[in-house]
Design a protein around this ligand. Structure first.
Ligand code: S3P
Length: 167
């Protein structure tokens, strides 16, 4: 065993990282870990509050530290927040790891996440906002990923199987 996570999941919010991560962890018989949850636990407040109180750059620093700790300590399945790849330091931490990008097209994102009340950034024009978000991030997900698995017409179990087949 060389240590490190067995699988790292990246992809936009709504792509199913936590659901698929849970399925994968059960199938592999290993623990599941999620850096969003690590940050909430360490900070004692919700991510949306950290964004509002300190701003996104500060959150990305917390996230980089959470990813660094998780890749060093965790040997199971690890899911990252949807925007983790925006940070170059975080991307560098993923080099050489078995990273799977759960991709989702814009129409599917609008269907799944839509204009959820908890995501005010998407409230004005969710289709355009999603298109812009995906255009800004797609190449970063691809850059860190060893495999890309499309989630659009698949159940979480099918996505988990595709990840296992591809890695
Ligand atoms: C974010 C996605 C969220 C969370 C934060 C920012 C993003 O994670 O880290 O709200 O920038 O896309 P999920 O992808 O788990 O929803």
């Amino acid at each position: 065993m060389t240590g490190g996570p067995l699988v790292v999941l990246v992809g936009p919010m709504g792509s199913g990282k936590s659901t698929v991560g849970g399925v994968l962890a059960r199938r592999l018989g290993v623990p599941y870990r999620d850096t969003d949850a690590d940050i909430v636990a360490a900070q004692g407040r919700e991510i949306s509050d950290i964004f509002v109180d300190e701003g996104e750059p500060y959150f990305r620093e917390l996230e980089r530290a959470a990813v660094a700790a998780a890749v060093a300590e965790h040997t199971g399945v690890l899911a990252l927040g949807g925007g983790a790849v925006l940070d170059g330091g975080t991307r560098a931490l993923l080099a050489g790891l078995p990273v799977a990008y759960l991709s989702m097209d814009v129409e599917e994102a609008v269907r799944r996440v839509g204009l959820g009340a908890a995501r005010p950034l998407l409230a004005v024009n969710p289709r355009r906002q999603w298109r812009e978000l995906m255009e800004a991030r797609r190449h970063l997900y691809t850059e860190v990923a060893r495999v890309v698995v499309a989630t659009d017409d698949r159940t979480p179990e099918e996505v988990a199987q595709a990840v296992l087949d591809a890695l």
